[in-house]
Design a protein around this ligand. Sequence first.
Ligand code: PMP
Length: 433
Amino acid sequence: STVAADQSVRAPLPVLGRDVTVPLVTGGEVTYAALDYAASAPALQRVWDDVAAYAPYYGSVHRGAGYLSQLSTDLFENARRTVAEFLGCRADDQVVFTRSTTDSLNLLARALPADCQVFVFETEHHASLLPWQDARVTYLNAPRTPRQAVETLERALAGRTASVQEGYGPALVCVTGASNVTGELWPVRELAAAAHAHGARIVLDAAQLAPHHRVDVRDLDVDWVAFSGHKLYAPFGSGVLAGRADWLRAAEPYLAGGGASRTVTRRPDGGVAVEWHESAARHEAGSPNVIGAYSIASACKALTEAGWENLVAREEHLIAEVRAGLAEVPQVKVLSLFGDDAPRVGVISFVVEGWNSSHFAAALSAEYGIGVRDGLFCAHPLVRTLLGSDPQTQGECGAPEAAPGEKSLNAIRVSFGAGTPDEHVERFVTAVR
Ligand code: PMP
């Protein structure tokens, strides 16, 4: 395509915070290198501009008769359509605006049909590992290859218990598209096929995948997808759960209140009877985060217009730079579940022999103006598996220094994306060296 042929579009996308300078302990200051996109990515300038252009006009949605209320209602509902298009949703899918991926997955957990069995790998982020505790959950052991992930799931699903009257009861598989620790891509299409072959549904945690690759619900054949605005170059406070309407429609509203209820009447017995909406509004009670939804839609448009081919090509280049740089330092060990050749996004965790990870991350900040993350990245079982540490071991930011020859208790994570200039990864590689 002409877009792909134009190398200039492979420059980083303009993001906020490019000119922020930070002091160095060694004296002077330097522009801040945000290399912690996996935690929160800087907002796109385009998103900021769109929000600024809209801000003077916003009003309450779904309620007001005034012009600005109607305008806001249109923008909010158009944002829903933009997200549905961005995700390639099916005609009857619902797009629910939530606060975050965590919120989206908790919403789905509350919408599970009775007796639903849930299958989740122990390697998940806590947001996709923990919301299912009221259901019957099977935690699957960490696979060491994508193929093993599919086989592990198939075995678990084949062994699930049939309810007496109806054969197999409902089941849900929850899986991440790209790991927030290793950046590795999971075989989502194959896992979805395995789930469906066994009558289960699948929800994709796309918090780390959606900012880096096109996520298409129909192409991947997943039933739901969840992601967060603040990792997709939009501000904090908004997220999405999109997918099959039936479970969402049948569930009690996530929050009870105005907006979710169609009519409320007093009952003869003195109580109240509520008829809830069947649309996405059912799970969006209260005045919604219109600017949040609008900014997610703006980011979706900006990424689509930049072209995934260009975004992926640029990111592959940055990944190669960082990996080559880290490979030159013998004390560095990159954490990986699926091995060196596994396809991945720009999220790389590592430990440095002889260094406490928290001190290392602090030094990158204080001496080089580079912001990375250290710790266990809200994926404690996975990081402990990768570090080979005792499952009972505590380890977080500020963990004690591992003695020579001892295992690290936490790791360092560098992550980047569409707004990252080459200079940031070059500075990082120099600093590590
Ligand atoms: N899933 C994954 C894979 C993540 O990386 C994160 C955020 N680190 C989440 C879920 C949770 O996202 P949020 O904090 O925006 O709810």
